[in-house]
Each structure stands twice: as structure tokens, then as C-alpha cells.
Write a new protein. Structure first.
Lengths: 501, 371
């Protein structure tokens, strides 16, 4: 295999990960564009929890040639300005982690130093344009003018994952991807090379390939099951191991944000779409039984359930290697982190982007595999730390939360928390993951007010800074008031003609 | 709260640190420079890195002023053991208005058999061959240029002293003895018996002050070591000057406050360790180019990444990706693959664009002065 060009790529799994991978690879320009086959079992449904996203999804869609209007129409998508966290600090309290900053630097320092210094840490949301727009239920895309306040934020989407997979399937098949419906019965190995030769389907067909992408979900049919790659288990840090998911009827108003509400042993999500609301309850089974968890979810729905609740079981962590021989795992087959910050599809995007960049055009070699593994390992670790941060600083009193506050955490995260607590400095360990405004939103939102701020911040006249911040809030409010409601924006967008192919 | 900061040293590094920090700290600290006991042994000239202009903008030192005390430096040049001249230019490679990154296009071209050295597309490389005083009028060519300097060390120190934001205290007497304690330095006894105390001590002595027992590179207790004192790197590239400038920026960001010294110091050391690793690897690359048999896992990994994957270092600091490309190309390493994303751009169009750029560079005949 090493030294041979990759001509045939076989993707196992037809959910979001599989079709995103297929479409992306089909967009690879010649001369290195491979032939692509995707094998999809007729039995296995899409998991469907990955319905909220990060702004990076827009780059993926654009790069993969997915038109936004068509996408919004086909997937019943809505727009997402961030996540509202309810009851994490205490019952009745909420704050936003929105997609944008909290204002420009002030006297050469991040604005948080002044916001904290003036005792406004609890009002951080008021300095965030997307947070204020989200609270009011308004939405419009950011301005292209860098000088405008309206350019200081971004947005993502909520969408029906199975409809997204379907939309991508149509585009991918239209771009030449071969779609095979079948069940993989045997994974055929070349024992001497340690690589996969082909897949035997239950209908007798055999599909050979040069490179195999495992998008088979939690089963990890190729990488985990057949190649035996071990799992790096993080359940000691993130003990939530189950989720219930159920859609319910929505209302006329559509919120432009995801809501995460803390509960006794986990948290519930609320993801508004055009046609329904997606709901779920992530919990640790060691602290809450399944029936009670389901009951808590159903009791808190906005409307009538539209389907039977589904239960998912999972472990936080990832495969110790993501790329072995000629097999790469993308999506749930590679690992899982609870979707507290909507990172599931983001991890798929990153895997795909890396696969294209590192595509073995001159044959597979260890350097490519090492590079891929290094990036994805770091990506998982960064997100893991950011998720643990939420639990670490949560203030609820139930036994689950006390355990989460008291248990050891990764030393890197401990150092970051301590640095902020003492000095208001935010240390970003991974430039490719969550940036300073995101860390500030969670740290301050959960009530960690630093003991001190930057000494140079203290030298600015307080009255002038207070006036400056007040002007900022006023400008934000004016900008938000001028935005249409989220529902109105969607209706107007869907009334636009789609661009010609 | 005003801090008393004592800077140990009176060479270029100490003076540069003091001048730059005096601007950035905006009255937070009083600065005192104190000379080491031993007599200075300054070289006649000092080399400054290509990104020194960022510091000079803060210090309001303009290029014409620098031109009066030295000459611009457009890159590094030396001879390999084979006799082949090695040129590693500063500045960017390739034309500025390209779709996509020049490095990605170049690597594709190399995989496809391009044989020209990548420095053929560097304005700096051309200037290294022909520099003398005549204006460079073409704005695109001008934009691609980055300059370091080779300047008279004494005159540069004087310039730095003049550009500081306000005077620093400079006791006439040198250090006689340093009294150390568990937190670092307790006090400094000067040659006339007077005692100097500070809240924070910066060892910018370029290695002329002996490190105390248990001292740690970076920041430990009340003592920071910067520049050569933190990491000695000999060679043609002035890494220690670059390290001194970044130490100022780092200290400004992590300025001491109340009881937070230990966590700030830990963060400082973490960032410094990353920088030092990068500088060491870059210095090792230059030594390899000079023919030294250097053992370096990190450098081997960089070369393997380029050869087997067509990738440049993930974290190229202290250099730019283009400078790494020039080094790897000078090592005659041919990549076996390239990032397929570049295939979204037409290879023939790139080739034509690159050749037009090369022709513009070749047209830089003899005497050129950077205005």
C-alpha cells in the first residue's frame, strides 16, 4: 500500500459523518480526486444528536459547495448565535456563550479586565451583540464591513441531522459518489500488510478499496471492532454516559440559540428547528436512573412529543489512534464527547479537513498517519478540557455536582483555571479550538471572578472607562433593535430564489 | 502600586529590554539598570533580527536612523561544506497577490519537478546579492522585503537609551555582590557599598552574571532571565535579541499583580519553553546547513514532515513558514506529495505568475536602497 496512489476510497456509514466525508472527497480537484463508494446499511438510523453546530460548519458547507438557502430549506435549519446556559450556576440564573467577542481591546488589553474591574462581570452578556440578539430572538448575518460593530460576531446552524445527511447524499451522488446499500458482513484484511483489502457484504458483493473511512458510528466497525484499536476512556473525567432524545412540537417563535439547562445529574438540550424542537437529556447513570431521567426530560418539553424517546449510551473518549494502516475513523467511530458545546459535527469537519490536506496522494506513509493522529488527539483534548470546565465551576448542590467539583481534572485545565482566578489572564493552549471570548463567557458566566486584574487596567480613569462601556452597550442595543426577528429572517431567506446550479 | 524593577546588565540586551519596557509598562514600574562587575567585552557590531522593526516602531526609531549606524541585513548567507553558497532570505517568498499560499503552490511545483531554488522568488535574496543605495520603487517588491540590521553596538545602545520613555536610574557603580535568598535575589551590593533592592530583577546580562543555585530559566520567584542569560544560541541569526523583545511583550502581558506571582511565573515559563524549543530547532537547522552533524529529533521530524507529507512546521516560530521553506529547500529535500487543496488553483497560471515575479526580481540590477 505504501507508495501506491489512492484511487478508491470506501466509506462505511451513511450518517452525517459518512456523507460529509463523501461530499468533501468528491470535491477534491483533479488529478488526485479519488473514486468514492459509500456503503450504508438500511437498518441503522442516524444518531441525530448532532443537530447544533459551531460557526465552522459554514466554512465546510461553502468549501463543499452547499448553498445556504437550499441547505436551510432542505434541512429545516435555523440560525444559532450561541448557547444559553440555564441553572448551571444556580437555579434561575442564565448566561450566554455566544459566537462573538465582548468588545474591542481597551488600552491594549482584553476588555474583560475593565469589565471585571468595574464590577460588571455578571453583566458580561450585555457586552456581546450576539448574546443580546439571541435574548431578543433577533437574527441577521454579520456585516462584511470590518469596521462595523455588526461584523463582530458569527453564527452557526441548528438542523435535522438526518435531513442534512440526505441533502449531502443527493449532492454527493450527483458529484459521482457510488452509493451502495448493504450490510458489511466481513472486513477482509491483508494480514501481511496490516491493511484492509475489502469488505464483504451480506448480499455476496465485495467492495475493495485503497483507503477506508470508518463512519460506522459507535460500533466503529473497522477501526475499533476489526482492527482492534483501543479506546482512551475519559469517563473518570466526564461520567455522563447516557442520553434520552425526543422531538416535540415548537411554537411560532423560534429562538436563535441552543439552550442547555443543568439538571440533577447532567443537563438537557433544547434545539429549535423550523418544524420541531429537538430535546435531549445527558446524564450520568451512576447518579440518576433511566426512568427518572426520561421523566425529567418529558416534564420540561415545550410541546407534545412527536416521536418515541430514544436512548443512547456512550463513553467519553476516543480511539487511541484515528488512522491505522489504510483505515481512518471519522465521527462517532473515532470518539465521543458529550455535545455540551455542539462539538460533534465540528470534530467531523476537522477530521475531514485533515484527511483532505493529508490525502495520501503518493501512498500512505507513517508521517501522514502521525500527523493526523496528533491533530485529532489535540482537538479532542482541547474540547474535553473546555467541557470539563463547565462541570468544574458549576455550583449546584446535588451529589453529582459535588463530585464533579471535587474530582481531579487534567493538570492543564487546573493551571488555566488558577491563572484566571488569580490574575484574570486567559491562557489559550490550542489556537485551533475555543478562543478567549469563549473561555471568558464560561469562566465569568459560572461566577469565577478573578482576585485581581492586569495592573495597567487599573491605571485607566474609571469614569472614562465606565462611559466607554456604557456607549458600547447602547450601540449594541441599537444594532440589535434594527435586526429582524429570527422567524422573519428565515421566512425572507426561504422566499429568495436558490442560485442556479 | 508601582514596582521597582532592577535590570542587571548594560549591554544591548539590557538596554533594549529597558527601553522597550519603559514604553509598554506606562509608568507601572521604576527601572534601574546596573552594570555587572566584569568589564564589558562588546563586539563591534550587533545583528538584529528582521522583526526588530516592531520594537523600533514602539521606540520611534526609523530605518533612516538605523542606516546611519549600520547596514540592513536581508537574510543569512554562509557556505556549506560542499562549497555551495547557502542563502536564507528574510521576507516573503513569491508574489503578494497570489490565490492561495505561495508555499503550497511551490511545494506542488517541486513535486512536479521544478528545479529552481525557491530563493529565486525572494526579493530579499536578490537584495543580498546586489544591495547598495538606490530606491526600490516597485511597491509590490517593497512589500515583500523584511530587514534586519547589522549595527555599531555602542551607537545602538546610545540610540536605545535616547528612545526610552523617560530616564531610568543608572547607578554609576557596578555590582560587587548579589545576595540571594529563597525567593531569588534579596539585594545587590554595589562597588561603593551601597545597597540596591527591587521588587523584580531582570537578568539581561548576556550571561555575565553567574546564575545562582537552583535558578530556573525564565521566571522564578522575583527573578527573570532573558535573552542570552536564559538561552545561549550562537550562530548567524540573532535569536537572543528576538528573545529579549518577546520577553518584554510576555512580561507586559503577565505583569505581576498582588499574590498572583507564582501562577504568572508558571505561565511565563510555559510560553518561554515553547519559544526556546522553536529557537533551538531553528538554530540547529542553521548548523545543519553549515555542515555540522546535529542530532535533533525535532528537526528530523520537521524534515520528515516536509519530505514525506509536503508540510511545513506546524509552529514555525521564531521564523515564518517561508523561512522554513527556504531552509528545507536549501537542504535539497524534495517533497513527495503536496496538499491537494492547492489543486483548486491552476498550476499553469501559478507558473506564469511566478515567472513574471521572478523577472521583476531579476530586474533589480545593481544598487538598491530601501526607502
Amino acid at each position: 500500500m505504501q507508495g501506491s496512489a489512492i484511487r478508491d476510497v470506501v466509506i462505511v456509514g451513511g450518517g452525517t459523518a459518512g456523507w460529509m466525508t463523501a461530499l468533501a472527497l468528491s470535491r477534491m480537484p483533479p488529478p488526485n480526486s479519488p473514486r468514492i463508494t459509500l456503503i450504508e446499511s438500511p437498518d441503522i438510523g442516524t444518531v441525530g444528536v448532532g443537530e447544533a453546530t459551531l460557526p465552522t460548519i459554514r466554512h465546510f458547507n461553502q468549501w463543499a459547495g452547499v448553498d445556504e438557502i437550499a441547505f436551510v430549506r432542505e434541512t429545516k435549519a435555523t440560525f444559532k448565535l450561541g448557547i444559553e446556559f440555564c441553572d448551571w450556576r444556580e437555579i434561575g440564573h442564565s448566561f450566554f456563550h455566544a459566537f462573538g467577542d465582548h468588545g474591542p481591546q481597551i488600552a491594549g488589553l482584553p476588555p474583560y479586565h475593565q469589565i471585571i474591574r468595574l464590577g460588571l462581570a455578571d453583566q458580561l452578556d450585555s457586552f456581546s451583540l450576539p448574546a443580546q440578539a439571541a435574548r431578543k430572538g433577533h437574527f441577521s448575518p454579520p456585516s462584511a464591513d470590518d469596521r462595523s460593530l455588526g461584523s463582530s460576531y458569527s453564527y452557526a446552524y441548528h438542523f435535522d441531522a438526518s435531513l442534512y445527511a440526505g441533502h449531502l447524499r443527493r449532492l454527493a451522488v450527483g458529484a459521482g459518489v457510488r452509493h451502495v446499500e448493504g450490510r458489511v458482513q466481513h472486513v477482509l484484511l491483508d494480514a501481511t500488510k496490516g491493511s484492509i483489502e475489502g469488505l464483504a457484504l451480506d448480499d455476496g458483493h465485495r467492495i475493495d478499496g485503497d483507503l477506508f473511512v470508518d463512519c460506522s458510528g459507535f460500533r466503529s466497525l473497522l477501526l475499533g471492532d476489526r482492527l482492534g484499536v483501543a479506546f482512551e476512556d475519559w469517563s473518570h473525567w466526564l461520567p455522563a454516559d447516557r442520553a434520552w432524545a425526543v422531538p416535540c412540537a415548537g411554537g411560532e417563535t423560534i429562538a436563535p440559540y441552543t439552550r442547555s439547562t443543568a439538571g440533577a445529574a447532567g443537563w438537557r438540550w433544547r434545539i429549535p428547528l423550523q418544524h420541531r424542537v429537538g430535546n435531549g437529556h445527558v446524564y450520568a447513570s451512576a447518579f440518576l436512573d433511566d426512568e427518572e431521567a426520561l421523566d425529567q426530560l418529558i416534564r420540561n418539553l415545550d410541546g407534545a412529543p412527536l416521536a418515541e424517546p430514544r436512548q443512547l449510551r456512550f463513553r467519553a473518549g476516543h480511539r487511541r489512534q484515528f488512522w491505522v494502516g489504510n483505515c481512518i475513523a471519522i465521527g462517532l467511530s473515532s470518539g465521543f464527547l458529550e455535545p455540551l458545546e455542539s462539538t460533534s459535527i465540528n470534530l467531523i469537519e476537522r477530521g475531514i479537513s485533515l484527511l483532505v490536506q493529508l490525502f495520501p496522494t503518493a501512498g500512505i506513509n507513517p508521517v501522514l498517519r502521525t500527523e493526523y493522529d496528533r491533530h485529532m488527539t489535540q482537538a479532542f483534548a482541547s474540547i474535553r478540557d473546555f467541557v470539563i470546565l463547565h462541570y468544574r465551576l458549576g455550583r449546584r448542590a446535588e451529589p453529582f455536582w459535588q463530585v464533579m467539583r471535587d474530582q481531579p481534572i487534567p493538570s492543564s485545565l487546573e493551571e488555566q483555571i488558577e491563572l484566571f482566578a488569580q490574575s484574570a489572564e486567559i491562557s489559550i493552549r490550542d489556537a485551533g479550538s475555543f478562543a478567549e471570548p469563549s473561555w471568558a463567557a464560561i469562566l465569568l458566566g459560572l461566577g469565577l471572578v478573578p482576585r485581581d486584574t492586569h495592573p495597567l487596567a487599573q491605571r485607566e480613569p474609571e469614569a472614562a472607562i465606565a462611559a466607554h462601556l456604557a456607549r458600547g452597550r447602547h450601540l449594541i442595543a441599537g444594532h440589535v433593535d434594527a435586526m429582524p426577528s429570527h422567524r422573519t429572517f428565515i421566512d425572507r431567506l426561504l422566499a429568495c430564489p436558490e442560485p442556479r446550479p | 502600586m508601582t514596582m521597582d524593577i532592577v535590570i542587571l546588565g548594560n549591554g544591548v540586551e539590557a538596554t533594549l529590554f529597558a527601553a522597550l519596557f519603559s514604553h509598554l509598562q506606562r509608568g507601572f514600574a521604576t527601572l534601574t539598570l546596573v552594570a555587572p562587575a566584569s568589564n564589558p567585552t562588546y563586539g563591534q557590531t550587533v545583528a538584529l533580527p528582521s522583526d526588530i522593526d516592531r520594537a523600533h516602531r514602539i521606540l520611534r526609531i526609523a530605518p533612516p536612523t538605523m542606516a546611519q549606524i549600520g547596514a540592513p541585513r536581508f537574510g543569512l548567507s554562509f557556505t556549506a561544506p560542499t562549497g555551495k553558497p547557502v542563502i536564507i532570505p528574510y521576507g516573503t517568498l513569491g508574489p503578494p497577490d497570489l490565490m492561495g499560499e505561495f508555499a503550497d503552490h511551490w511545494i506542488r511545483a517541486r513535486v512536479s519537478g521544478e528545479s529552481r531554488p525557491v530563493t529565486d522568488y525572494s526579493v530579499n535574496a536578490r537584495l543580498m546579492a546586489v544591495v547598495t543605495p538606490t530606491p526600490l520603487h516597485d511597491p509590490d517588491l517593497h512589500k515583500s522585503v523584511a530587514m534586519g540590521w547589522e549595527v555599531n553596538a555602542i551607537l545602538y545602545r546610545q540610540l536605545l537609551q535616547q528612545s526610552a520613555a523617560g530616564p531610568h536610574a543608572m547607578p554609576g557603580e557596578p555590582i560587587q555582590r548579589i545576595v540571594r535568598g529563597p525567593e531569588g535575589i534579596n539585594e545587590i551590593i554595589l562597588a561603593d557599598g551601597s545597597i540596591l533592592r527591587g521588587d523584580l530583577y531582570i537578568d539581561a546580562s548576556e550571561g555575565r552574571i553567574e546564575a545562582g543555585p537552583g535558578s530556573t530559566a525564565g521566571w522564578s520567584g522575583n527573578m527573570l532571565t532573558v535573552g542570552t542569560a536564559a538561552q545561549r544560541l550562537d550562530g548567524p541569526e540573532p535569536f537572543t535579541i528576538a528573545a529579549t523583545v518577546s520577553a518584554v511583550a510576555r512580561l507586559t502581558n503577565l505583569m505581576p499583580r498582588a499574590d498572583a506571582l507564582p501562577v504568572l511565573a508558571a505561565e511565563y515559563r510555559r510560553l518561554l519553553a515553547q519559544e526556546q524549543e522553536g529557537m533551538l530547532t531553528a538554530a540547529q537547522m542553521l548548523r545543519r546547513l553549515s555542515g555540522d552533524a546535529v542530532s535533533s529529533d525535532k528537526l528530523d521530524a520537521h524534515e520528515a514532515r516536509y519530505r514525506d507529507a509536503g508540510l511545513l512546521p506546524v509552529d514555525p516560530q521564531p521564523w515564518s513558514p517561508d523561512m522554513w521553506l527556504a531552509c528545507l529547500d536549501a537542504r535539497d529535500i524534495r517533497p513527495r506529495r503536496y496538499d491537494p487543496n492547492v489543486d483548486r488553483h491552476d498550476a499553469a497560471a501559478f507558473s506564469r505568475h511566478a515567472e513574471r515575479w521572478r523577472a521583476r526580481i531579476d530586474a533589480i540590477q545593481a544598487p538598491v536602497r530601501m526607502t
